[in-house]
Design a protein around this ligand. Structure first.
Ligand code: DC
Length: 228
């Protein structure tokens, strides 16, 4: 079974998808972490982020793995090196959308995401999961929240990860920039799949969102397609 969770940054997607996967005993796939890992590696190799060919070449050779640790958290590895903390740094967040908008990079990532899900029930989180990666997903959710709330959540999240050198203003600016690139790019832009269930989490707790989703998953007759 595949559960697709899409939506913009800061909507609560990651937290919700992680808890959901835990509760269901499913594999959790954070596709954003893969684009972040590629971006980190590109910066470490001093690649010009406008050099599409070089980025695609790197994407082809890089081994990006997502694995659960003993605490049940998802860790991201590049060629066996744990980069889970590094990929959350602002220098990555600021440019990752530029890397993620490259068509051939996306093709490589999507292929790998499909492979990961082949033998597992999973909760897959991203921007194009319900529209492109798994259009046939069993359940599709689009998680959203108003901009102010998303900026605040992202800021708190980064603080909790001990990421330094950030302010709410910076985080909001970065979010606005990424929203724009992610939703207007030519290939697989962020958008709600027609048959996805829309959840506005602005005034909901994480627990409420998780429960709302679980109810939808457990009720096979519920084909509610809340449109926006
Ligand atoms: O969810 P996140 O903030 O970690 O994602 C990082 C970036 O990767 C985000 O700006 C857009 C991109 N992304 C994407 O284009 N497609 C996905 N399926 C997941 C993330």
């Amino acid at each position: 079974m595949i559960i697709a969770v899409d939506g913009p940054a800061g909507a609560g997607k990651s937290t919700v998808a992680k808890i959901l996967a835990q509760k269901l005993g499913f594999l959790y796939i954070d596709t954003g972490a893969m684009y972040r890992a590629l971006t980190l590696s590109a910066l470490e190799n001093n690649l010009d982020l406008n050099d599409t060919k070089a980025l695609v070449k790197l994407a082809r050779i890089l081994r990006i793995n997502l694995e659960k640790d003993n605490n049940g958290s998802l860790r991201t590895f590049i060629d066996g090196r744990d980069v889970s903390q590094l990929i959350r740094e602002p220098r990555i967040t600021q440019v990752v959308s530029d890397v993620a908008k490259i068509k051939d990079v996306r093709e490589i990532m999507v292929k790998s995401q499909r492979q990961m899900a082949r033998q597992n029930d999973c909760v897959v989180e991203g921007r194009d999961i319900a529209t492109v990666v798994f259009p046939g997903a069993d359940k599709k959710f689009y998680i959203d929240a108003n901009f102010q709330k998303r900026a605040k959540r992202r800021f708190r999240e980064l603080k909790n990860l001990n990421v330094g050198g950030i302010s709410l203003e910076n985080v909001a600016l970065d979010l606005k920039n990424r929203d724009k690139i992610d939703s207007t790019r030519e290939v697989a832009p962020l958008k709600k799949a027609q048959d996805a269930i829309y959840i506005d989490t602005t005034n909901m707790t994480i627990e409420e969102v998780v429960n709302a989703i679980l109810i939808k998953i457990r009720n096979p007759d519920d084909k509610a397609q809340n449109s926006k």
